[in-house]
Design a protein around this ligand. Structure first.
Ligand code: CA
Length: 223
């Protein structure tokens, strides 16, 4: 999952970015609205965290512009405590949720995970497809009730595919969502992760190869 953080306060931006990375997210961060808007237009994110008071272009305008241009990824706004007008403005501009500063990182992650999951059509934090279960809160995977040990990147590949069922996901798209901007990407690595993943979640045959295009996670109902 790749997340965009737009926050002008250096310490908070770094803190957010570090925490998100330690929770397995790929993160791009921007220090003002102009840079944030650039990233939001240029890349496809799984979610964005946007502060409202930003230099150059304010948060409301960033959100409204991205929405007008058809960007639909979930957005959480950061507001100052007690400024209820900010929440209303943020939601009206197209944000999906808000959190008032100062906040607990764990609360932010819980909300972020819930938004990403709901955007993919899952109500529960445990994504379930047949005998395969992936717990997005605990980052645990089970097959027929037995826990499966996955590396961080195997987990990320599986989570992304399960959150995007029944459509072809290219290796390029996977690399874009698994790594941030600064990472040296190599799509051959994705093949290795998928190969290992298939062995580990055997006998669940839900990740199909679409020749020359990528992978398709077959949802239970259509398997
Ligand atoms: Ca600010």
């Amino acid at each position: 999952m790749r997340v965009l953080v737009i926050e002008d306060e250096d310490s908070l931006r770094d803190q957010l970015s570090d925490h998100l990375k330690s929770h397995g997210f790929a993160v791009d961060s921007a220090a003002d609205g102009e840079e944030g808007l650039y990233y939001g237009r240029e890349y496809d994110y799984d979610a964005a965290i946007v502060d409202l008071g930003l230099p150059k272009v304010d948060g409301i305008e960033v959100i409204a512009t991205l929405r007008q241009e058809g960007r639909t990824f979930p957005i959480i706004v950061l507001t100052a405590r007690g400024h209820w007008q900010d929440k209303v403005e943020g939601l009206e501009a197209g944000a999906d949720d808000y959190i008032a500063k100062p906040f607990q990182m764990e609360e932010l992650f819980a909300r972020l995970n819930a938004l990403i999951r709901r955007a993919a059509g899952y109500a529960s934090p445990v994504l379930s497809q047949g005998e395969l279960q992936l717990d997005t809160a605990k980052k645990e995977v089970r097959v027929e009730g037995h826990p499966i040990e996955l590396t961080a990147y195997e987990y990320k590949v599986l989570e992304y595919l399960m959150l995007n069922p029944d459509r072809v996901v290219s290796k390029m798209e996977l690399t874009d969502h698994l790594y941030d901007q600064d990472f040296d990407r190599d799509s051959n690595v994705i093949e290795v992760f998928v190969g290992r993943l298939r062995k580990k979640i055997n006998p669940v045959d839900l990740i199909r190869t679409v020749r020359g295009q990528g992978y398709r996670f077959v949802a239970e109902s259509t398997a």
